[in-house]
Design a protein. Structure first.
Length: 499
């Protein structure tokens, strides 16, 4: 009941005319940028983060929530129309959505994706309302060893499930941890990796790192592989779903959140895994298996619903533990820090108006998203006709303006370009970007919790595993690390038995 009362108060905040305006602007901006080829939610949120700086915190985060969900839907639109996923979670949408578009059913695919996002987001946010306060209450009792164990789990999980190999994921994480070391040691005040520059004493702002790795890195990568012809969008007409389509998709919309929400709430790499699991589930349960690969609408509805619910799940760990499990959550955590607000167990007590206003705005934002994007789908298709040289020139411009707005220092632009070159190199050698962003965000916090735990135990390593919670987390980490070898042994033993 306390959560319900708090949510009602949150709606009182979210439904004021000014905050409704910010939510609508966020949804429009997020969708407009997310719908452009190669730009996913993380890049859209990073690019638009400076836009929120002039607002008071509640309005800024309500607008941010709209940008988040709008960008997610935009990424799916490019995936369906142009077979160009705006983000990794939208890859699955292309498997069935693009064949539907080529068959002249792009309108139905877009509608199935939009309703899927709405259903998944609504169910996921309801679960967020029910679970987040409980998680926050339990998290108050978590100590330094437990927090360090959780962060190690995040590091291991994010390097295990992303990229073509664990070595590449680990290399990306190490890049992020190194960037996170720049600045003054929080405990001793000594300079680290500042090269004698006072401007680097405060460290490298996470927003600059995120914009550099995502926006600049992607723009340089596309420029290096640019072709003179730009992809032609497929006309979509007015989106609508026939009764037969609704009969085939309503169960998929409801199954998606069951798979997506838990994966969003744990450090498992975001929406990529649940969308693939949802696709496999829909394929197995479908009565139209022969259509999969040729344009099965269930293959769009289920994964998109799972992706949206996963986004709500990421907010549970981000708000209650201060633990970003995706790149978007990492950028959102940076936004909280810009306002001097630290997400964690006490956030619900210290900033109840902000938190519940933000959660209520998620419901409002999803209604606005559905209402705006169903009729606007043909407009997004026209945006896709922008020639890529102009498109990425605009991205570079907005990235530079955003980075300069963070601190007003010319050095920030130099750092942005250097990090952008690092992002280009990471794409060149197949290194995933997310572990680097997670490393920058969580690296300093993990170091601080590690040193606190060791100080409490007088330098004894046993101080890191002196609680049941930390022991449980390390057991999970051990299973994650050992699983590939265990799987090989199981397969080998089965082969020997069958032989």
């Amino acid at each position: 009941m306390d959560s319900l009362n708090s949510l009602i108060d949150g709606f009182g905040t979210a439904l004021t005319p000014v905050n409704l305006l910010w939510a609508a602007i966020g949804v429009l901006l997020g969708t407009a940028i997310g719908v452009l080829p190669g730009i996913g939610p993380a890049m859209a949120v990073a690019l638009l983060l400076p836009v929120t700086y002039g607002l008071e915190p509640t309005g800024a985060f309500i607008m941010f929530a709209g940008i988040y969900y709008g960008a997610m839907f935009g990424g799916s639109t490019t995936s369906i129309l142009l077979n160009t996923p705006g983000e990794s979670a939208a890859v699955v949408a292309a498997l069935e959505g693009n064949p539907m578009a080529k068959a002249g059913r792009g309108a139905q695919a877009l509608a199935a994706a939009a309703v899927g996002h709405f259903a998944g987001g609504m169910i996921g946010t309801i679960l967020l309302v029910l679970l987040a306060p409980t998680v926050a209450e339990l998290a108050v009792d978590i100590g330094a060893p437990d927090y360090f164990a959780i962060m190690v789990l995040a590091f291991v999980a994010v390097t295990s499930v992303l990229g073509s190999s664990r070595i590449r994921g680990l290399a990306s994480l190490l890049i992020g941890l190194t960037l996170g070391l720049v600045g003054l040691d929080q405990m001793t005040g000594q300079q680290r990796l500042t090269f004698g520059s006072l401007q680097l004493a405060d460290g490298i702002d996470v927003v600059i790192v995120a914009v550099g790795l995502f926006a600049i890195g992607e723009a340089l990568w596309v420029a290096a592989h640019l072709r003179r012809s730009s992809g032609e969008a497929i006309p979509v007409g007015r989106p609508w779903l026939a009764k037969s389509d609704v009969r085939r998709t309503w169960k998929s919309w409801l199954r998606g959140p069951v798979i997506g929400f838990p994966f969003g709430a744990i450090p498992a790499g975001g929406a990529e895994i649940p969308t693939f699991l949802s696709y496999v589930t829909e394929k197995r349960l479908s009565k139209h298996k022969e259509e999969f690969g040729k344009g099965a609408i269930e293959g769009v509805a289920g994964p998109e619903s799972a992706a949206s619910a996963s986004a709500a799940g990421t907010l549970v760990s981000m708000l209650t533990l201060g633990l970003p499990t995706t790149a978007v959550a990492a950028v959102m955590l940076a936004a909280f820090q810009q306002y001097g607000i630290q997400p964690g167990p006490l956030l619900f007590e210290r900033e109840p108006d902000l938190v519940w206003g933000l959660i209520a705005s998620l419901f409002v934002g999803m209604v606005l998203l559905l209402a705006l994007n169903l009729p606007l789908a043909p407009v997004w298709a026209k945006l896709l006709r922008i020639p890529r040289p102009y498109l990425y020139a605009g991205i570079m411009f907005f990235a530079a303006v955003g980075a300069y707005a963070v601190g007003g220092e010319a050095l920030d632009l130099v750092i942005l370009l250097i990090i952008g070159l690092i992002g280009f190199g990471m794409r060149r050698y197949g290194l995933p970007v997310l572990p680097a962003v997670i490393g920058v965000i969580l690296g300093p916090a993990a170091e601080q919790q590690l040193r606190r735990a060791l100080q409490i135990s007088d330098g004894s390593v046993s101080g890191l595993v002196n609680t049941p919670f930390s022991v449980t987390v390390y057991a999970v980490i051990l299973i994650l690390v050992a699983w590939p070898w265990l799987r090989k042994l199981i397969v080998r033993s089965r082969r020997n038995v069958s032989a």
